[in-house]
Each structure stands twice: as C-alpha cells, then as structure tokens.
Ligand binder design. Structure first.
Ligand SMILES: C[S@@+](CC[C@H](N)C(=O)[O-])C[C@H]1O[C@@H](n2cnc3c(N)ncnc32)[C@H](O)[C@@H]1O
Length: 271
C-alpha cells in the first residue's frame, strides 16, 4: 500500500500538497514526482530519521563549457542508440550549485528529527562546495566515506579517478548509544551492469549505506533517480520516500522499485 493510503503521508505532507502531487508507491515506500525543493517545503518538520541521497554533481569537466554538456555526454560511454535518458539539474556553475545545495540542505534539515543523519554522494571536484553548503545549512559535518569503484579508465601520467565519496553529517548531536553498529568507511563495488539510470549507484552499496539510519526509520532521498536508495531502504527494513523530477526517471524508478519488491515478496513466499 502506498504511503498515500496510510497515515504516513498525513504525517509527512500538508493537506493541499498531498492532493496534487503525482506519486507511486507500495508497502512502506513512495516516490513523488516533482521538484524536491517545492515538495520538501510542503513536508511537516521533524518527520525523517535520515536523508540519504545522490544529487546531480554538476561536475564532469574542468571548464564550464565542459560541464554544460548533457549528462550522457559527461557520464556515459554508451553509443547514442543505447543512451539512457538525460537527467535534470546537472549544468550549474559551482557558485549557483553551492547556493542551491545550501537551500535544499536547509530544507532537508528542517524535515529531519534531531539526531537524524545526512549522507550525500559527491565526486572529488564538488566535495569542497558540498562541505561548505551542508555546514551552512546547519548540519554537523562528521566525515567522508569512500566508494571505490575499482574499475575505471586508466589515464597516462595521472592518478586514476576511481572513487566517489559521500559526506555525512548529523542534525545536532549524534548519541553514541544509537542502536546502529560500527560501519566501514570504504565500500568496494563496481558500477552496476545493465543500469537504467546514467549515474545509478550499486544496490548493495546503498544497502550498506542506509544502515547508518536507526532501525526501522524513515529515509528521504530527494534525488531518487532509478530508485536505488528507496529500494535499498525497503529491502533493509526502513520506510522510504523518494522525489524525482525527470519524467522518464520518475517512471523508470517507480516501476523498478515496484517490480523488485514484488519479486522479493514472491521469493520469500515460495521459501
Ligand atoms: C545522480 S542522479 C541519482 C541516481 C540515483 N542515486 C540512482 O541510483 O539511480 C540525480 C537525480 O536527481 C534528479 N533531480 C535533479 N534535480 C532535481 C530536483 N530539483 N528535484 C528532484 N529531482 C531532481 C535527476 O533527474 C536525477 O535523476
């Protein structure tokens, strides 16, 4: 059952917004279609235990001209006939990207409970902007984890760009006695095979990362893409709300999560 049909959406969203927003969902998960900043502004305060997300990095080049290319041109080596849909929000310059992040991270802070955790994926080029933005948005910056992608194009005379990162933070103090175990700081997973999103994260990576949330908590991913964080969250026993603005990915992500969770349920039932 979608959150919209339970009391949960009443907890999260104010009345007017709830009526108009396109969304899809199932038991314990919802993906909303629209701009995350507008939608987060319609959320009640203090309703999430974690924000775990992977925003457009607005990266992919040393100059602004290079960064203004499409997401396929920047991040994919697929031939044009096999190209996946491009996604929105990836062509900002560093200054406007930092301001935009400060805005949405401020809103993300408001919708979280005290002690909630923030995890935001990023590359080396934009990490300094992100650390500024999250601290300006009143999060306490706590560290940086490494996603080692292992395979990556070698470049003569240069270090391999083989890792991405996630900066993590908390809303105020983070008690050491939270019921969360000791988690690693480096995660080694190759890029997903047969991906449906240009910059899709490996599902197992996200299943590991969501463990930072208190057990059974509610996780928000304002940049849901192919729904990897939403899917990982539900598979690990959390409740999840995703937001996605690009039409194609709203549809692809919602269908993928629904299909994968139905399959998981069927497998459980046949055991
Ligand atoms: C880096 S991708 C996320 C990929 C995702 N982690 C996955 O594994 O599929 C970022 C996503 O944020 C979406 N996006 C960009 N701007 C947005 C906005 N203002 N509101 C909601 N979604 C947005 C893009 O369409 C894109 O799909």
């Amino acid at each position: 059952m979608p959150l919209s049909k339970t009391n949960e959406l009443n907890l999260i969203m104010n009345e007017n917004a709830k009526l108009t927003v396109e969304h899809s969902g199932g038991d314990g998960w919802t993906i909303l279609h629209g701009d995350m900043l507008n939608l987060m502004r319609s959320f009640e305060s203090g309703v999430f235990d974690a924000v775990i997300t992977d925003p457009p990095y607005a990266s992919g080049g040393a100059s602004q001209t290079a960064k203004n290319r499409t997401t396929n041109q920047k991040y994919s080596s697929m031939s044009p006939d096999k190209a996946l849909p491009d996604f929105a929000g990836d062509q900002k310059d560093q200054r406007s990207w930092t301001n935009w992040c400060t805005e949405w991270l401020t809103e993300a802070n408001r919708v979280c409970k005290p002690g909630a955790v923030l995890v935001v994926f990023i590359d080396w080029r934009m990490a300094p902007c992100l650390s500024d933005a999250l601290q300006r948005a009143d999060w306490i910056w706590r560290g940086q984890i490494v996603w080692d992608k292992q395979t990556c194009r070698p470049q003569r005379g240069r270090f391999r760009q083989q890792s991405e990162y996630a900066l993590w933070a908390s809303k105020g103090p983070l008690p050491v006695d939270r019921p969360v175990g000791c988690l690693p700081g480096v995660f080694r997973y190759t890029n997903p095979a047969n991906r449906i999103h240009v910059t899709e994260k490996p599902l197992q990576l996200m299943r590991d990362v969501v463990q930072i949330c208190v057990p059974g908590g509610r996780i928000l991913d304002p940049f849901a893409g192919a729904g990897t964080t939403v899917l990982a969250s539900v598979l690990e026993g959390y409740e999840a709300v995703g937001i996605e603005v690009t039409d194609a990915y709203y549809k692809l992500g919602s269908d993928r999560v629904r299909f994968a969770l139905n399959e998981a349920t069927e497998q459980k039932e046949t055991k």
